[in-house]
Design a protein around this ligand. Structure first.
Ligand SMILES: Cc1cc2nc3c(=O)[nH]c(=O)nc-3n(C[C@H](O)[C@H](O)[C@H](O)COP(=O)(O)OP(=O)(O)OC[C@H]3O[C@@H](n4cnc5c(N)ncnc54)[C@H](O)[C@@H]3O)c2cc1C
Length: 366
């Protein structure tokens, strides 16, 4: 369950089902929250199941590809080289694969925002009786997430931060609630990270020249947290790439599979990146949520919720292959209904919105 609160701690909406955050709550499919550690453990179990081992502490410093040998690889910090038929560059927002894929680093620009993030055992928070009372379970045993909004953050901070520093910041917010400070005080000092929110314009090219290195997740597309979709799209990428590779094993091979995956995914992901830019603007506009809290919610449309990236890849593989090989017309259908994709930049998008001009966000996004 989720509630929407003012920065004073006053509850404006909820507790309500997560489906209330969608554009069509009545008909939305059931939305579940997942434990991230458990999800991670599940992925590791699956790797073990298929006989793949994970080596930790290996920092990728470069990616390479031999177009003629049909192999690609990665160089790690200690100088060792690993090679394979396919290398997936999933090393996050500062991927080392840019030089190979784009021929240059993709510049990041500060959005001017920063977010404090902490993950720590809930038992530590519940030691404080005030926090315990505020976050007590509902009668049916379910817990409640609180979304707080004050929309005035314009700072950029360093990396790790002591909770005292956050308290100094909250002391400057007019009307900030004591309950917020009570929670902050329970955070272990080593657990609090200061996350500077950076953004990058969409990059359509995710594959190396020979198609054997493929960027995935944040390495291919950075998301603003306000899109609420970066991790979801990284997982969709993984499912789509796996489906394309399964098709590529039968015909046309790995390079075609990664290029098809790139074609099937880019426009969808780019739309969701744009969604995040606009949601951020919405969330930061003014900071007064008491009159119309619903206007501030991220609305998740059916085209986002109900997409099956595996089925989509299998159904569209042949059409996308023909498009890449012969220029046969191909139209993605995993974007908002009726959308005609137009390339955009963050700056251009914000300026066009300001002037009331047409943008990629026009159309039926529900
Ligand atoms: C404040 C905040 C809130 C967010 N909220 C949401 C949300 O509600 N919903 C959502 O879907 N998404 C959310 N996101 C986005 C989400 O966290 C990311 O999109 C997601 O983690 C991307 O996954 P990834 O595997 O591509 O990259 P990452 O999770 O960044 O994983 C990359 C991995 O590569 C490793 N690595 C980095 N460099 C190297 C190297 N050179 N060599 C070897 N390994 C390397 C890193 O240690 C890391 O383990 C949020 C992000 C932020 C910052």
């Amino acid at each position: 369950m989720v509630t929407y609160c003012k920065h004073t701690g006053e509850r404006l909406m909820g507790p309500m089902e997560f489906s209330a955050l969608t554009s069509d709550p009545e008909n939305a499919p059931k939305i579940y929250r997942h434990s991230r550690p458990k999800f991670h453990a599940m992925l590791l179990d699956q790797l073990a199941e298929v006989g793949l081992s994970v080596e930790y502490g290996k920092e990728a410093v470069d990616f390479f590809e031999g177009v003629e040998t049909g192999r690609a690889g990665v160089v790690v910090r200690d100088g060792s080289r690993y090679d394979a038929d396919l290398v997936v560059a999933a090393d996050g927002v500062r991927t080392r694969s840019w030089n190979l894929v784009a021929g240059k680093e993709v510049p990041a620009v500060s959005s001017g925002d920063a977010i404090f993030r902490a993950a720590y055992p809930v038992e530590l928070a519940l030691i404080d009786p005030v926090v315990m009372e505020r976050f007590k379970l509902l009668e049916d045993g379910r817990s409640v997430i609180e979304l707080w909004d004050f929309g005035t953050a314009q700072e950029s901070w360093g990396n790790r931060v002591h909770p005292e520093e956050v308290l100094k910041y909250t002391a400057t917010i007019d009307g900030w609630s004591d309950i917020g400070d009570c929670v902050i005080k329970t955070i272990p000092s080593s657990s609090l990270v200061d996350w500077k929110v950076m953004w990058r314009d969409p990059q359509p090219q995710w594959t190396s020249p020979g198609g054997r290195v493929c960027q995935l997740g944040d390495a291919a597309h950075t998301f603003l947290p306000s899109s609420g979709n970066g991790a979801t799209q990284a997982i969709e990428d993984a499912v789509s790439l796996a489906a394309c590779i399964s098709m590529g094993r039968i015909r046309e091979g790995v390079p075609n599979a990664t290029r098809v995956h790139n074609l099937l995914r880019f426009e969808r992901v780019s739309c969701l990146q744009a969604f995040g830019v606009v949601n951020r603007k919405k969330a930061n506009s003014g900071g007064q949520t008491d009159d119309k809290p619903k206007d501030k919610l991220v609305r998740v449309g059916r085209w986002i919720l109900e997409h099956d990236p595996e089925l989509y890849a299998l159904e569209n593989y042949a059409g996308a292959t023909a498009h890449l090989a012969h220029g046969t017309p191909f139209q993605n259908t995993n974007t908002p209904k009726g959308l005609v994709y137009m390339p955009w930049t963050i700056q251009g998008l914000l300026e066009a919105q300001e002037k009331g001009e047409a943008t990629i966000l026009d159309g039926d996004w529900d």
